[in-house]
Design a binder for this molecule. Structure first.
Ligand code: HEM
Length: 483
């Protein structure tokens, strides 16, 4: 017995005193002067396709210099979880691109998605949670449902004014219904579709959403800035106009009717009340937070457009959605709503399959301290790209990944199933706060459109791989009213 205890002691002493493996540097291509390895991204439709190709050479984690910025790319689910979950606190920063500052009044820390992690960010996320991540059984969820239904009349009226049977721009109407769903839900205000200022602001939000989904050489090569002066001015202008609209058309009215002794009427009230209670929040924080969340409507409008592109290419998908919506609404006796979702799994699965195939990038993270990934040393300031394109499209993760098959998200009994590696909204402490609103509003808009119209395209539809955005002036669609 004594010998056994002695042996255990020796083993324990050896285990704790053994020389520790020192972290190795991350393998990767040798950078060129000035441009680093940016030339290796050329020739691909999205940088993430290049990352997948490079991972075949250097492994599932590799380093790459973009300009002079040191970056690391993680390409498999295990490593992605290490970055986003296990070591989320080490990777809470965001890249310091000039464009990001221009969009948020000169300081990207004004933005919820582009700021570095901080206690302010924690507070901002927690104020938003009740409104932007409503639980299924909550009063807020009922409100999302009511707002969704209320906005459909003016949406359908707008669609009825489009020239039926001919190619036309459907995107503006889709964006406007999403914008009004957001302003009504978050600010108890909506706007007539022919309001010129509203139209302009919806367009600017969409321009910004497209902009933010693009990568520019200047992000990594700041010495190119003089070439981009006009572009930077343009994006600052869009953002300033949006801010002024929110102030004059939404916040001013709200402030004049706010009752601090009552429950907040909506997200805007909750923000204004928080301003009074929390000395760490200032006026600027409130405006930017509201602007950030209102801007979420563009993401949903674009997702609906990308889903329509898929539906046009796969008419059998449209038919199945129409069958579901006709069944739950008793052949069009009413509009579809959120409580129909459970009975319309194919419609939900179509949106999930669109998110998979569109494969919107996860905003890059930045190491906020010296740390490690998989035993490799990663220095503070390193930009970390999460290759969720590989998670969404890789043969190791999906059967026939190139095919558009909503069925892959359905169980044999017709329920929804999502594999753990499917993380279109990311995971961990910086996960998307708007994902429930995405699932709610995109469902209602898509189901209502297909309830009322057959949709096709005369001139083809172009979507962009690795991107849930389509350009502000995108493909046209032909709407034919259903009998
Ligand atoms: C197609 C729709 C959308 C997709 C695919 C999407 C996806 C994402 C992803 C991948 C992130 C990055 C998470 C990370 O860095 O780990 C993110 C962040 C974020 N999203 Fe979304 N999102 C969508 C719509 C929305 C909407 C509608 C809102 C607001 C209502 C929203 C609010 C945010 C915010 C505030 C963040 C930043 C969170 C943080 O950095 O702490 N998103 N989203």
């Amino acid at each position: 017995m004594l010998a056994l205890v002695g042996l255990c002691m020796v083993l324990l002493v050896w285990w704790f005193s053994r020389p520790k493996k020192s972290p190795t540097t991350v393998p990767g291509p040798k950078p060129w002067p000035l441009i680093g390895s940016m030339h290796l991204l050329a020739g691909y439709e999205t940088p993430f396709q290049a990352f997948t190709a490079l991972s075949k050479i250097y492994g599932d984690i590799f380093s790459i210099h973009l300009g002079s910025a040191p970056c690391v790319v993680v390409n498999n689910f295990k490593l992605i979880k290490e970055v986003l979950i296990a070591k989320g606190a080490d990777f809470g920063g965001r890249p310091d691109f000039t464009r990001f500052h221009k969009l948020f009044g000169g300081d990207r820390n004004n933005s919820l998605a582009l700021c570095d992690w901080s206690s302010l960010q924690k507070t901002r996320r927690s104020i938003a949670r009740t409104y932007c991540s409503p639980r299924f059984t909550s009063l807020q969820y009922d409100r999302v449902n009511n707002v969704g239904e209320e906005e459909l009349d003016s949406f359908l009226a707008e669609l009825s004014r489009l020239p039926h049977g001919q190619s036309c721009d459907v995107k503006p109407a889709v964006l406007k219904v999403c914008a009004n769903m957001f302003t009504q839900y978050m600010c108890s205000t909506s706007f007539p579709y022919d309001d010129q200022d509203f139209q302009k602001i919806v367009r600017y939000f969409d321009e910004i959403f497209w902009e933010i989904n693009q990568g520019y050489a200047v992000d990594f090569l700041p010495w190119l800035l003089p070439v981009y002066t006009g572009h930077m001015k343009k994006i600052s202008h869009w953002a300033t106009e949006i801010r002024q609209f929110i102030l004059s058309r939404i916040i001013d009215k709200h402030r004049s009717t706010l009752d601090y002794n009552s429950q907040p009427r909506d997200f805007t009230d909750a923000l204004l009340m928080h301003l009074e209670e929390d000395p760490n929040m200032n006026w600027q924080h409130i405006i930017f937070e509201l602007e950030d969340f209102l801007g979420g409507h563009s993401a949903i409008g674009n997702l609906v457009m990308v889903t329509l592109a898929a539906v046009v290419k796969h008419p059998e998908v449209a038919k199945r959605i129409q069958n579901e919506v006709d069944t739950v609404t008793n052949n069009g006796a009413r509009y579809p709503n959120l409580f129909d979702k459970a009975a319309m799994p194919y419609t939900e699965a179509t949106i999930l399959e669109t998110l998979r195939t569109a494969s919107s990038p996860i905003v890059p993270h930045v190491a906020s301290r010296d740390t490690e990934i998989d035993g490799h040393q990663v220095n503070k300031g390193t930009i970390v790209f999460i290759n969720n394109y590989e998670l969404n499209q890789g043969k190791d993760y999906w059967e026939e990944p190139a095919l558009f098959k909503p069925e892959r998200f359905l169980t044999a009994s017709g329920g929804i199933i999502k594999p753990a590696h499917f993380i279109p909204f990311s995971t961990g402490k910086r996960t998307c706060i708007g994902q429930r609103l995405v699932q709610c509003f995109s469902f209602v808009v898509l189901a209502t459109l297909l309830q009322h119209y057959d949709i096709r395209a005369k001139d083809g539809v172009k979507v962009h791989p690795g991107c849930v955005a389509v350009p502000p002036d995108c493909f046209k669609l032909v709407l034919t009213p259903r009998k």
